[in-house]
Design a protein around this ligand. Structure first.
Ligand SMILES: [Zn+2]
Length: 68
């Protein structure tokens, strides 16, 4: 008879899963619908106007109006 070999060596799997949490853009707040920028400097971009879900710089709005 053949001697039964037992598997003595066990392999311990290393469950080293590194979870990477990659966050997208740090959306800090609303952006202008026209130039897609944050409120920024009101002296340069104009007052940041927010109406309902629409946010625009005052200057951006003026430029848009003058163009059309
Ligand atoms: Zn703007």
């Amino acid at each position: 008879m053949k001697p039964i070999k037992e598997k003595a060596c066990r392999r311990f799997r290393k469950s080293a899963k590194t979870r990477r949490v990659t966050q997208g853009k740090p959306s800090s707040g609303p952006v202008c619908r026209l130039c897609l920028q944050e409120p920024g400097d009101p002296e340069k971009l104009g007052e940041f106007l927010q109406k309902d879900n629409l946010s625009v710089h005052y200057f951006c709005l003026k430029v848009r109006e003058s163009k059309s």
